[in-house]
Write a protein that binds this ligand. Structure first.
Ligand SMILES: *Cc1c(COP(=O)(O)O)cnc(C)c1O
Length: 418
């Protein structure tokens, strides 16, 4: 029998020498962590602004920015200061008690987004789950859908997170296969097809859940007028429009919400990623009081949701966004990015999509695969990630300079064309 003392003795033997090289760290990941990612072979040890440094001391331009979680770059001084100040005060209370960062954060976020109420959570997937729960309860209690029969219409090629309910309505087999049984109550229609949406909406439709730009699908912008039509169809049917702005929101496209480009407002928005300033996970559902107001004590919650550290960072993010500087940067740099990328079409690049400082770049057939192109870019000091097959997704931090942006685009030009 192994005693406690035996086990302590076993663990007190000297640990193996600390790994120093890239390959040693990767070997540890391979052995000790689940293999649910396939990272590029770079081991990051530091970051500042639009740059990261690896364990060997090499520096790279970050052209992915944590899928937009790092919109303000690595360790933005104002965000680090807000977090540090809060670390010295109080970090967690649970929602069993009030705390002095909560109300101010909710008010600031509502004012920034022009909404009436905020439901803070942590991850993006939790925000989407929360919006689904709220929409269902609203349908049953306010719209008058018979209990348990509320339905939600979603788009093909969506990405809304990784929970069992959310993968239930994914159309990506890798995300879904083997994870059933699936949650019922979702209807999938082709993205960008308003007629298909019109045909799918019934009296039992609680909501339409849509990404204004589909990031994971390859930065797909729907046909102009589509989102306005989604709004009109929701109004006609008395259904809620839920915009998942977790990746597209908070100035990635040059506006607080990507929906603004189409002059459309949603009833509920999900936010995440950049809301945590690249420091802590912070997500939220924001929207109409008469919809979010259906929740009563005990019906929904999260131990960490809306904690003091998250709120302090979230408030600092809202302050940065309110200056207008990041919207301007995303717009101006985005124009530059798209002008230059358009020039690559026909030179190793098949098509480019996107909005603001955000682009999906399809490598032409015969060129490198998306994975191989990402690896070649890493060798040239630029980090970005392929999405499906041969598409590169480009989303640099909004703090990037035009010279840095050009350096990254030069590398893409060389890799796609050569
Ligand atoms: C990343 C993302 C999510 C999920 O966010 P997590 O924090 O990874 O759970 C949901 N929706 C969209 C559009 C996203 O980009």
């Amino acid at each position: 029998m192994t005693t406690f003392a035996d086990r302590t003795a076993a663990t007190s033997t000297p640990p193996p020498a600390a790994p120093v090289a890239t390959a040693d760290f990767i070997a540890l990941d391979e052995q000790w962590s689940t293999h649910n990612y396939h990272p590029l072979p770079v081991v990051i040890a530091g970051g500042e602004g639009a740059t990261v440094t690896d364990v060997e001391g090499a520096t790279y331009l970050d052209f992915l920015s944590g899928y937009s979680a790092l919109n303000f770059g690595h360790r933005h001084p104002e965000l680090v200061a807000a977090a540090t100040e809060q670390l010295e005060r109080v970090t967690l209370t649970s929602r069993a008690f009030h705390h002095d960062r909560f109300g101010p954060f909710c008010r600031e976020l509502a004012e920034l987004t022009g909404t009436e109420m905020v439901l803070p959570m942590n991850s993006g997937a939790e925000a989407v789950e929360s919006a689904i729960k709220v929409a269902r309860k609203w349908a049953h209690r306010v719209k008058g859908v018979p209990d348990g029969q509320a339905r939600i219409v979603v788009a093909s090629d969506n990405f809304h997170g990784r929970t069992t309910t959310i993968v239930s309505f994914s159309t990506d087999e890798d995300a879904r296969a083997d994870f059933g049984p699936f949650t019922p109550g979702f209807d999938v229609v082709p993205y960008g097809d308003a007629d298909a949406l019109a045909a799918a909406i019934t009296d039992h439709t609680a909501a339409v859940l849509v990404e204004p730009v589909q990031g994971e699908a390859g930065v797909v912008v729907p046909p102009s007028g589509y989102l306005a039509e989604v709004r009109r169809l929701c109004d006609e049917a008395g259904a809620l429009l839920i915009a998942d702005e977790i990746q597209s929101g908070l100035c990635r496209t040059g506006t607080i919400f990507a929906l603004e480009h189409e002059g459309v407002r949603a009833d509920l928005y999900t936010l995440g990623k950049a809301l945590g300033g690249g420091i802590v996970p912070v997500s939220a559902v924001v929207g109409r009081r008469d919809v979010l107001g259906v929740l009563r004590p005990g019906e929904h919650g999260s131990t960490f949701g809306g904690n003091p550290l998250a709120c302090a960072v979230g408030s600092a993010v809202v302050r940065l966004l309110s200056t207008g500087e990041f919207a301007e940067r995303a717009t101006a740099l985005g124009e530059h990015l798209h002008t230059r990328l358009a020039g690559l079409v026909g030179h190793g690049v098949g098509a480019v999509r996107g909005r603001g400082l955000w682009a999906g770049v399809d490598i032409s057939p015969g060129g490198p695969t998306g994975r191989r192109a990402s690896e070649a870019l890493r060798e040239r000091g630029v980090l970005c990630k392929e999405t499906h097959g041969s598409t590169l997704r480009i989303a640099p931090p909004l703090v990037i300079t035009e010279a840095e942006l050009d350096r990254g685009i030069d590398a893409i030009e060389a890799v796609a064309g050569g």
